[in-house]
Design a protein around this ligand. Sequence first.
Ligand SMILES: [Zn+2]
Length: 305
Amino acid sequence: MATIILDQDYMLVDKKADVPEALTEIRRHPLLAVDCKGFKLGGGRSGDLTVIIVATQTKVFIFDVLKLGQRVFDDGLGAILEDKTKEKLMFDCRRDADNLFHQRKVQLTGVLDLQLLEVMYRKRRLPESEDESRRSSRTDEVQPLKGILRCIEMYVKDVAMIEAKLRCQRQVLGDSHVWKTRPLSEKLKSYCCVDTSALFTLYNKLKGGGRDHSRLVIASDRYADTFRCLPERTHGVFEFHPFLPLDIIPEADDSFEFPEASTKCIGCLRLFPADEFPKAQLRNKQRFCRVCIKAKSYALTKVSK
Ligand SMILES: [Zn+2]
């Protein structure tokens, strides 16, 4: 198997004495890329975060959370993750935000989520919808979400990066304990560098002169809260599906407001305006938002395959 060439400067931070130097360097940069790794981290708060990667555009810092423990967050990393002036490129921050809050008491803030930016990038290329019918009937407004690998294939087109991501995915699929095993292999450390460098490259491709920046900040903040704010996670079909939850990205006007919401979807447990639900559902109280309806059919198609 080919080895990935590390062309990025990186520092493995696995000793308490090395933490201040790493944090001092990170604090000098307003734009970071952040990625969390661990055991069953797809479950958010129920998984174990064992590695957190924080990269500047010139250096990657790989924090060994398994070795450093909670202290690394209390000694300054937590404050950086909570600092909204430090912008953090991430890709689907929902599970990481859920884990950081419920296990590490860190309220992740200042995210620029590139999974959302990709949806906004696609929508920029479409005419504005003028459909004023009831929300529940506007099913074409449900947006599919793309994974990071697909985004790199579509927008970055860097073959070496795609191959490195695929190798990493295969390794993690083959051994779910890979991010818990110590020492971290050279290969895994280089994957950490590939992952964060992919975030910077993707951001540069999608940001489009920064015109959607304010909306992205608001949307990413809501996205980080999607699972984090739930009293309990269900880990069911309404959480694991490839559709963007509704009312995450504000409209492209200058108001950045979301519609008033007071009626709860019994799938995702989020609140929406009453017209999100068909009238029959409002009467029988079996209310599912448009995304949860799609998620149910998606789960059925997966079962029947
Ligand atoms: Zn729902």
